[in-house]
Design a protein around this ligand. Structure first.
Ligand SMILES: Nc1ncnc2c1ncn2[C@@H]1O[C@H](COP(=O)(O)OP(=O)(O)OP(=O)(O)O)[C@@H](O)[C@H]1O
Ligand SMILES: [Mg+2]
Length: 380
């Protein structure tokens, strides 16, 4: 079965001046639908081209189905590639879709049977005779997919396929795409800049930066437990607070004091160890910040606020984004947090209004203080 494995893959360009892939190890199991995300220039396309054999790695090996295919040409790897700007031939949809079968010398009878089957799968059966000139991105993506399935390949690689650039098409087509991939038993990797699409339909996401894989996990794990500030910030954005370790408790719990007289939190960090007085960054999502009017009655509330850590604060900015109410609030030590609340959030706070800001220890993540904080948080 077509699983994909990269072992110690390095790809250099310009005599080693550019390291596009920096000693990558990666495993994608048979039948997985993986998404590849990362800033422009981080090596996504280079990785896909290396897997499909369009380029050769400088060092390392590519395995497909357990076989070393590093030296094999693309056509022997059983991979179909949907590019961003794939070529449409000035032929009918049917001929475009079945092109690979014709080239491979199949009988006309087989080509008709297979073409009808595949155009049905992608929802283009009733447009088989059209010439797809002037077609929109979503329809072209269907055609690209038809062509890929017709080729008989069991691995599908999509580098920013056209539809993913258009949020509306992507939203309409995404579940269909996932169903097709799963029904056909394909192993698929897709590059996209549309994080929402990746989080919605991918089995998991691989986050890359500067030629390295930073994290490979389900969307849920990536969002709740990013393994670096960069991953947390890249995927959905984070607030950060600077602080230091004031006490080390057993079982990986730490008392963390926010700088300049900010609040103290008790944060669990099972994966990274810290020592007393170490400078750290606390990261949290904007939807995990709770805001209360000063007179709020915590005892008689329907919600359970046990364990919440409250600080004094003030609203400094507010704006409505349509789906959400967003606030910028300031803790009394001067640090700011961005806050997102659903539109139905019951309170209307005003700018300069004094409030209480609440955070739960469980929602906070602890990171080593990076050598260069600005660079770590830079999404480019
Ligand atoms: N043929 C090439 N010759 C020289 N440098 C290259 C070549 N192909 C890619 N690079 C460089 O390798 C790095 C990775 O490029 P790649 O195209 O893989 O990035 P990407 O993640 O796909 O970016 P984007 O999101 O913009 O498509 C970049 O610095 C790029 O300039
Ligand atoms: Mg690219």
């Amino acid at each position: 079965m077509p699983d994909i494995e990269l072992r110690n893959i390095r790809k250099e360009f310009n005599d080693g001046k550019i390291i596009a892939l920096n000693d990558i190890d990666l495993k994608i199991n048979d039948g997985d639908f993986a998404f590849l995300l990362g800033p422009s220039g981080c090596g996504k396309t280079t990785m896909l081209r290396t897997i499909s054999g369009l380029i050769q790695p400088t060092v390392g090996s590519v395995f497909i189905d357990g076989n070393d295919v590093t030296e094999r040409p693309p056509q022997e790897r059983g991979i179909a590639f949907v590019f961003q700007d794939f070529n449409i031939f000035p032929l009918s949809v049917f001929e475009n879709a079945t092109y690979a079968l014709k080239v491979q010398g199949y009988t006309q009878e087989y080509i008709i049977q297979e073409g009808e089957r595949v155009l049905n799968i992608v929802g283009l059966a009733d447009r088989a005779d059209e010439v797809p000139v002037g077609w929109g991105n979503g329809d072209l993506q269907r055609l690209g997919l038809a062509r890929a399935i017709c080729s008989g390949a069991k691995i599908l690689i999509m580098d920013e396929p056209l539809g993913s650039l258009d949020p509306k098409i992507s939203a309409e087509f995404r579940w269909e795409l996932r169903n097709i991939i799963k029904d056909q038993g394909l192993t698929a990797i897709q590059v996209t800049h549309n994080q929402e699409e990746a989080m919605a339909i991918g089995d998991y996401i691989i986050i890359m930066r500067d030629g390295n894989i930073l994290q490979q996990d389900t969307a849920k794990v990536l969002y709740r437990y990013p393994n670096s500030l960069f991953v947390g910030n890249f995927l959905g954005g984070i607030n950060i607070l600077e602080g230091y370790i004031r006490k080390v408790h057993p079982e990986d719990y730490y008392d963390v004091k926010v700088r300049l007289g900010g609040p103290t939190f008790v944060i669990h960090s099972p994966t990274t160890k810290f020592h007393l007085d170490e400078n750290v960054i606390i990261a949290l999502r904007s939807e995990d910040v709770y805001l209360f009017p000063l007179e709020y009655d915590y005892e008689n509330s329907r919600a359970d606020w046990t364990g919440i850590v409250l600080s004094e604060g003030m609203v400094t900015e507010k704006f409505l984004t349509g789906k959400e109410k967003r606030y910028i609030v300031e803790l009394d030590n001067g640090d700011s947090l961005s806050v997102a609340k659903p539109e139905v959030f019951q309170y209307e706070f005003l700018c300069n209004q004094e409030i209480k800001i609440g955070l739960f220890n469980e929602d906070l993540r602890l990171f080593k203080y990076p050598d260069n904080l600005a660079k770590e948080m830079d999404l480019q």
